[in-house]
Design a protein. Structure first.
Length: 142
């Protein structure tokens, strides 16, 4: 079974981060610039939360607040579920499904080494299924 470490090798995304004191507007600019759905919220090397599009829509836009006036720390998700590089991908899928989350920071000890998204998992599953189909077709026709 594939591990998160193997998945991270295929992912080309960086460790996009913001500080808790950054404005939500600045965080939204990063999301748009890198075409991603979530950012790590870091105080120095320490992970303190995750900021996502979902946080923005539910806690700023729907409340009629201004993204330029609200700080990331005021709306970020603080109770963050995390995995390690050794975590099996299937366990990540189960966790994301059960907790209804779309992003999982990956930590090795206290160090953040990456973040995976549900899209990363789905892309990997699709690639595996396509390879299996090709192998079966070769077997049948070969």
């Amino acid at each position: 079974m594939k591990s998160v470490a193997e998945l991270l090798k295929k992912c080309s995304s960086g460790l996009w981060r913001v500080k808790p004191t950054d404005s939500v507007f600045a965080a939204l600019q990063l999301l748009a610039q890198y075409e991603i759905g979530a950012l790590l919220v870091m105080e120095g090397p320490k992970l303190v939360g995750v900021f996502s599009e979902r946080d923005y829509t539910r806690k700023v836009a729907l409340q009629g607040l201004s993204s330029k006036d609200v700080k990331v720390e005021d709306i970020m998700s603080r109770n963050v579920f995390m995995v390690t590089p050794n975590t099996p991908v299937r366990d990540c899928m189960r966790l994301m499904s059960q907790k209804k989350i779309r992003h999982l920071p990956v930590l090795e000890g206290p160090t953040v080494v990456g973040m995976i998204s549900i899209l990363d998992l789905m892309d990997d599953i699709i690639a595996e299924h396509e390879m299996t189909i090709k192998q079966l077709q070769l077997y049948i026709h070969g």
